[in-house]
Design a protein around this ligand. Structure first.
Ligand code: ATP
Ligand code: MG
Length: 653
């Protein structure tokens, strides 16, 4: 065992976080630690590393166990050192050795005595054993994997934004190769390529890993065991996230059945007691039944305790048709050109998701629009636009020593304390909670405060940079619901594909220094993008021989396209076939669109909190949704097939 909790209880004042928890972490285990926001996952990690002492029970730790711990909170570390130095500090022992070797070397030069020489060669040998000769190379490799350029490596750590700092700390931890990695929401600040890099890395990691995450795709690929912190207890599941979801449903159903059976049993016995009581001769029996009932271990009802945010974006006034016009927009960081004479327009009602291969460009464009980043070119605001910007740095800009209420007061709305408290109530801060200081809040709680601040503004144009970071999956769904109801305009950046697919009606892609607009939701963009790629591949195939072989191009078989054979039977057949396929293509497209509308409706229904109170309807809707998803997959496949067939036929014609 590496580390373990034995009957551990931990509490903040009167608030119990875990009660009587036992959990042993074994070598090489890959564990996902999950739970709603604020249940105490980060706290539990701090107990595991020994930062917090349990109030009851014991923390056990193998004598040799080394632990690497990545905080959720980025503000806890700052330095003037270069990022290469910060990452290199992972090799504490090697660095120490190097210093000693240097000192011994100097002494050797002076004295030349044999004892020093032996010590010197011993240390050199030790350095070699530790792999100390290529630490620089290894460090550079990991940093580059996480997206740093060579020029970045010598820049001071403190010059970097949150997301990049996170990568440095991640690199440092990865390099130290501890027996146990504790990662608190590592994907929050990373863009897709970095997440993919991290996934690959962790898949081959030799030690044990505990990951706190709200990202189910990530968890599914990364872990083989789930520990859920729920109602102050740890619940163990031997599988990935998908397994957890299924197994949890089964457990809930079993508990529900057991509960109902027990309730029946109790009612029967109570009726007996009623009847026996009336007769003096049976009074003793009634007594004994009552005693039996008292002793019964009561099974809890499965009231699913779920924090329901009530997010409601309001709009104060209606803006003109155009929200923002961008023209001749150029932006570069050194040699890295992000935009060059780009042009785009945001119209009222647009819900735009910014996507692009590399995170840098997206947030930069968002910041340019929000006027917190310099650029050249024109940006023109429309009439009556009230904007509000939600970004990672907004989270970091919360005043740590304020209470939640004070923080809300300072954002300049005209709301009274009473109104602010009511609003905070919607964000699950009730009663005394509003007097909590920002600095003790969990990641999700901080995100909720920042969201509440965004909402207070009643803006009609929202710019959201990674709004789902720190939010648990359920809260993300509620946010999706709220954004769908929002009557204003918005533009967002997110690495969460599920979130993008359900909020955006337009896609902006930054590529080749331009902003490329796609007027449709994300899944259509994906399908379109794939078709384009295939098309390109086909074209390349056609062109390739011509390019590669300058000699005479082999003639196509005469049957396929004889110039004078327009009316031959074969050609007629071909035409008919083309028509048939075209019709089929149209039909499939229609069916696909129809099914998409259905899917959207079902998704809307599923996002509605009321649905969950009606079990039958929920089950039905969920079933319908699953069927529609399957149908969608089939249709997509057919669509692709017909499309490919059509392409072939057109070539033959
Ligand atoms: N020092 C403290 N004193 C009092 N309460 C605290 C303190 N630190 C954290 N809390 C509270 O304990 C609860 C658990 O916090 P924790 O950060 O462990 O949650 P979490 O499960 O990691 O949540 P998230 O998913 O939002 O990151 C929160 O409600 C938080 O406000
Ligand atoms: Mg946390």
């Amino acid at each position: 065992m590496l580390v373990g909790l034995q009957n551990v209880t931990f509490e903040f004042g009167a608030r119990i976080i875990v009660e009587d928890a036992t959990w042993h972490i074994q070598p090489n285990e890959r564990i996902g630690l999950i739970g709603f926001n604020g249940t105490g996952k980060s706290t539990l990690l701090k107990v595991l590393v020994g930062q917090y002492a349990p109030s009851a029970g014991t923390l056990e730790r193998g004598r040799e166990t080394s632990i690497g711990y990545l905080h959720q909170d980025l503000l806890s570390f700052d330095t003037n050192e270069s990022i290469l130095q910060v990452a290199l500090s992972a090799f504490e022992k090697v660095l120490q050795l190097e210093k000693e070797i240097e000192a011994l070397g100097a002494e050797l030069e002076k004295t030349g005595d044999e004892k020093t020489l032996i010590a010197y060669t011993d240390k050199l040998h030790e350095l070699e054993l530790l792999g100390g000769y290529n630490i620089q190379h290894k460090t550079e490799e990991v940093l580059q994997g996480l997206g740093f350029s060579n020029a970045d490596l010598n820049r001071p750590y403190k010059e970097f934004s949150g997301g990049w700092r996170m990568r440095v700390l991640l690199a440092k931890m990865i390099l130290a190769q501890p027996d146990l990695l504790l990662l608190d929401e590592p994907t929050n600040h990373l863009d897709l390529p970095s997440i993919e890099w991290l996934e690959k890395y962790l898949q081959h990691y030799q030690g044990a890993v505990v990951i706190v995450s709200h990202d189910k795709y990530f968890l599914n690929r990364m872990v083989t065991k789930i520990v859920e912190l729920y109602q102050r207890q740890l619940h163990f599941y031997n599988g990935n996230y998908e397994f957890y979801e299924k197994e949890k449903a089964v457990r809930i159903e079993m508990q529900q059945k057991a509960f109902e059976n027990q309730q029946d049993y109790i009612r029967q016995n109570e009726r007996l007691v009623e009847r026996f009581r009336a007769k003096a001769s049976k009074a003793a029996m009634a007594q004994s039944i009552m005693k039996k009932l008292d002793k019964l271990d009561r099974i809890e009802d499965v009231a699913i305790e779920r924090p329901d945010l009530r997010i409601n974006f309001r709009v104060d006034k209606v803006p003109g048709r155009v929200i923002v016009e961008l023209d001749q927009l150029s932006k570069a960081f050194g040699e890295n050109v992000i935009l060059k004479n780009a042009k785009a327009e945001i119209d009222r009602g647009d819900k735009i998701a910014l996507i692009g291969a590399n995170g840098k460009g997206k947030s930069t464009l968002l910041r340019i629009i929000a006027d917190v980043e310099s650029f050249s070119g024109n940006r023109k605001w429309g009439h009556n636009v009230d904007e509000s910007f939600y970004a990672q740095h907004q989270l970091e800009a919360l005043h740590l020593n304020n209470t939640i209420l004070e923080e809300m007061r300072e954002c300049g709305s005209q709301m009274t304390d009473l109104e602010l408290r009511a609003l905070l109530g919607c964000f699950l801060f009730s009663g005394d909670d509003t007097d909590k200081k920002i600095k003790i809040l969990s990641g999700g709680e901080k995100a909720r405060v920042a969201l509440a601040k965004t909402i207070v503004s009643r803006a009609n144009f929202l710019m959201l940079d990674e709004p789902t970071n720190h939010l648990d999956m359920h809260s993300v769904d509620l946010l999706i619901g709220a954004l769908n109801k929002y009557e204003g305009t918005l533009i967002l950046v997110s690495h969460d594909r599920h979130f993008i697919a359900r909020t955006a009606n337009k896609i902006w892609e930054i590529a080749d220094g331009e902003i490329k607009e796609f007027k449709g939701p994300y899944d259509e963009w994906v399908a379109w993008n794939e078709r384009m790629k295939k098309n390109k591949a086909l074209q390349v195939k056609d062109e390739a021989p011509a390019k590669n072989k300058p000699g005479p191009v082999p003639e196509k078989p005469a049957v396929a396209a004889p110039p004078a054979a327009a009316n031959t039977p074969i050609n007629k057949e071909l035409k008919k076939e083309v028509q048939r396929q075209q019709k089929l293509f149209q039909q499939t497209e229609e069916a696909l669109n129809k099914n998409k509308t259905l899917l959207q409706q079902l998704e809307k229904d599923l996002a509605h909190p009321d649905l969950y109170s009606d079990k039958d309807r929920f089950v039905k809707t969920e079933q319908a949704y699953k069927t529609a998803v399957a149908e969608n997959q089939q249709l997509e496949k057919k669509y692709e097939e017909v499309f490919t067939r059509l392409m072939q036929l057109e070539e033959e014609q």
